[in-house]
Design a protein around this ligand. Structure first.
Ligand code: NAD
Ligand code: UFG
Length: 338
């Protein structure tokens, strides 16, 4: 039997493919390459020495998806496919609602038609919104999202919860990722953003490689120890391993479960800059800029549920992630484009 990986050519998807293969699973990838390159899956095959089917397919294409379920012995799905740029989602919300929500509904219908009822979904800490206090815990009220991207994650969580209420034979795992950073230690796969990076770590990496002059630190007047925003940075390889654990659990337990995947530790913007400098011996020039709209001061996980139930905890720290990011960035200054 095989696991269908939607969005498997993307940043988190490609790392998860490596860990699933290492755990002896069969996988099938679908991706429309809206934000990725076919090269990523070729490199996963190179790293693991294992071949697997990779199909160019948009999850909104019901017929093509049905054919994938017909052609391969799929018994579960890990659903990464989605658009994720927060700023763009504010400019073109319908594109996000259509791709992320319609795409997920089409996928769920295809699963149901094929009698595949186990799904692990990429949700986000963004569903904790603005009103909860850190550390964020799975039983806190979700919602109050500050942008359409975050709202798609919240709505999809509701859709999957409603599905489990109506049809108790589904197994759903909602994984709320905190801030994924880092790269595979081979330096062959990593995060390859198009254009100017929105997120902190890829921006730091592009400053380090000389593609950007300096980092703008968005605000140093938050109520945090050094005034800059605090996040829970989770190494993408740890995150990928969390998916293997969540999938194994979902294969055994019916109903909908929610797990934070984070380290439980908060790191400020300046701490991450200094961790990068220390790990790699490279100075990162920065300026203090105004706050970015929609940002909160603190976001970090209570990571105890994933530890207790899944037996998963993050093993790597921010310095490991900085070292791995730099290895990926310097070997691949233009991402997968050579
Ligand atoms: P990514 O953009 O690298 O990967 C997403 C993949 O989905 C890409 O390969 C893209 O081409 C594909 N895709 C998008 N729309 C598709 C469609 N309609 N049909 C088929 N494929 C499609 O992003 P990522 O960082 O790997 O994130 C994976 C998932 O995790 C996303 O759902 C994202 O929203 C979620 N997530 C990411 C973060 C983060 O900071 N990276 C945080 C929380 C949640
Ligand atoms: N930051 C800067 N300069 C930059 C980029 C970011 O100072 O150039 C700061 C931000 O203000 C924030 C921190 O670095 O304090 C982290 O910002 P990111 O953009 O890297 O990450 P966010 O926490 O804003 O968002 C991430 C994902 C979202 C997800 C959210 C969940 O990008 O998809 O985590 O909390 F929804």
């Amino acid at each position: 039997m095989a696991v269908l990986i939607t969005g498997g050519a993307g940043y988190i998807g490609s790392h998860t493919c490596v860990e699933l293969l290492a755990a002896g699973k069969e996988i099938v990838v679908v991706d429309n390459y809206a934000n990725s390159s076919p090269e990523a899956c070729r490199r996963v095959q190179e790293i693991t020495g294992k071949q697997f089917p990779v199909i160019e397919c948009d999850i909104r294409d019901a017929e093509k998806l049905a054919a994938v379920f017909r052609d391969y012995p799929i018994d579960s799905v890990i659903h990464f496919a989605g658009l994720k740029a927060v700023g763009e989602s504010c400019r073109v919300p319908l594109k996000y609602y259509e791709n992320n929500i319609s795409g997920t509904v089409t996928l769920l219908e295809a699963m149901k038609a094929a009698d595949v009822k186990t799904i692990v979904f990429s949700s986000s800490a963004t569903v904790y919104g603005e009103h909860n206090q850190v550390p964020f815990k799975e039983d806190m009220p979700a919602g109050g999202t500050t942008n359409p991207y975050g709202t798609t994650k919240y709505f999809i969580e509701i859709i999957l919860q409603d599905l489990c209420k109506a049809e108790p034979d589904w197994s759903v795992s909602l994984l709320r990722y905190f801030n994924p950073i880092g790269a595979h230690e081979s330096g062959r796969i990593g995060e390859a953003p198009n254009g100017i990076p929105n997120n902190l770590m890829p921006y730091i990496a592009q400053v380090a490689v000389g593609k950007r002059e300096q980092l703008s630190v968005f605000g140093n007047d938050y109520d945090t120890p050094d005034g800059t925003g605090v996040r829970d940075y989770i190494h993408v390889v740890d995150l990928a391993k969390g998916h293997v654990k969540a999938l194994d659990r979902a294969m055994q337990v019916k109903g909908c479960e929610i797990y934070n995947l984070g380290t439980g530790r908060g790191v400020s913007v300046l701490e991450l800059v200094h961790a990068f400098e220390k790990a790699n011996g490279i100075k990162i020039p920065y300026v203090i800029a105004p706050r970015r709209p929609g940002d909160i001061a603190y976001s970090y996980a209570d990571a105890s549920k994933a530890k207790e139930v899944l037996g998963w905890t993050a093993q790597k720290d921010a310095e490991d992630a900085c070292r791995d990011t730099w290895r990926w960035q310097k070997n691949n200054p233009n991402g997968y484009e050579g």
